[in-house]
Design a protein around this ligand. Structure first.
Ligand SMILES: Cc1cc2nc3c(=O)[nH]c(=O)nc-3n(C[C@H](O)[C@H](O)[C@H](O)COP(=O)(O)O)c2cc1C
Length: 212
């Protein structure tokens, strides 16, 4: 009887713990935070490219891209991009061949949310399905406390630009290809990524090494 009780307790506990464990956390290497091309040269090189190699991004580039995009650059948790009233309402999801992830800026880590390759749903242009990385910028209206619906939408549209431009500048500096994209099925992505009603897909951004 005692043995049966223990087996039952272990079963109940493991069913509670396992779904949490499915969200594997992948630590990224420390971002470099120094170096790169002089700012004016990066501005001179900034451009949208639509031809990508399918080669996986290095861990170094992945780490630097995410930190540049919207990483924490100060002790108090403030970020590399500004946000209205410091709401920090944006999350960055990553859609890759080996699954989809959420960037955790405090840990500078990726939280794996699923193993599916959703790249074919990350945009309507052909290169999106074969490029190694699509960033999906998601605004959480619940974080914009005290704002009207109109203002939540306005600041979702304005603040995403800073994050995207940070990615553009890193890519310009390192010779990577990138393009920000409004052509994506927001409702489909929201459903696939099981987002909450308050979370809104705003833009996507493809990143990779340049193709031919
Ligand atoms: C909000 C926004 C949405 C965009 N959406 C797309 C898109 O869906 N697909 C695409 O190929 N380019 C997209 N672009 C990139 C523009 O086409 C590009 O920035 C423009 O042609 C100027 O080229 P440049 O970035 O090389 O200067 C978008 C740009 C912005 C700012």
């Amino acid at each position: 009887m005692q043995k049966l009780k223990i087996i039952l307790i272990v079963f109940v506990l493991s069913s509670l713990i396992l779904p949490v464990q499915a969200q594997e956390t992948v630590r990224l290497p420390e971002p470099e935070r120094k170096g790169g091309m002089p700012l004016f040269e990066a501005l001179d090189n900034r451009q949208s490219l639509r031809s990508y190699s399918s080669r996986e991004l290095s861990e170094r580039d992945l780490s630097n891209i995410l930190w540049a995009a919207f990483g924490m650059n100060r002790e108090d948790g403030r970020r590399t991009a500004p946000s209205a009233r410091n709401w920090q309402q944006f999350d960055i999801y990553l859609i890759k061949a080996d699954g989809w992830y959420l960037y955790d800026p405090a840990e500078h880590a990726l939280v794996k949310k699923g193993n599916e390759d959703f790249r074919q749903y990350a945009g309507s242009q052909d290169f999106v399905a074969t490029a190694p990385l699509n960033l999906i910028f998601v605004s959480d209206h619940d974080r914009m406390t005290g704002a009207s619906r109109e203002n939540r939408e306005f600041h979702s549209a304005t603040d995403v630009g800073f994050i995207s431009q940070n990615v553009y500048l890193y890519c310009a500096s390192e010779g990577l290809a990138t393009v920000v994209r409004g052509l994506l099925d927001r409702d489909r992505l929201k459903e696939l990524m099981k987002l909450r009603p308050s979370q809104h897909v705003i833009l996507g951004q493809t990143v990779g090494y340049p193709g031919n």
